[in-house]
Design a protein around this ligand. Structure first.
Ligand code: SF4
Length: 64
């Protein structure tokens, strides 16, 4: 799995961090700061949940 995070779209809601804390973090401005762009198999469900709950569609899976 590979993900993309578009910081231009991010509104700093933090939902991705709650859903997948091993994959997403927020920087000092509150914008998404991925800890990895290649989450391991154990994180896939959490990543999918994070993508679904992001209110600004700022994160997505670009390769399964
Ligand atoms: S859930 Fe979306 S808008 Fe909120 S911090 Fe994560 S990427 Fe940004």
């Amino acid at each position: 799995m590979h993900i993309t995070a578009d910081r231009e779209r991010c509104v700093g809601a933090g939902q991705c961090v709650l859903a997948a804390p091993a994959v997403f973090d927020q920087d000092d401005d509150g914008l998404v700061a991925p800890l990895t762009l290649d989450p391991g198999s154990g994180e896939q469900e959490a990543v999918r949940q994070a993508v679904n709950v992001c209110p600004s569609a700022a994160i997505w899976i670009d390769k399964e």
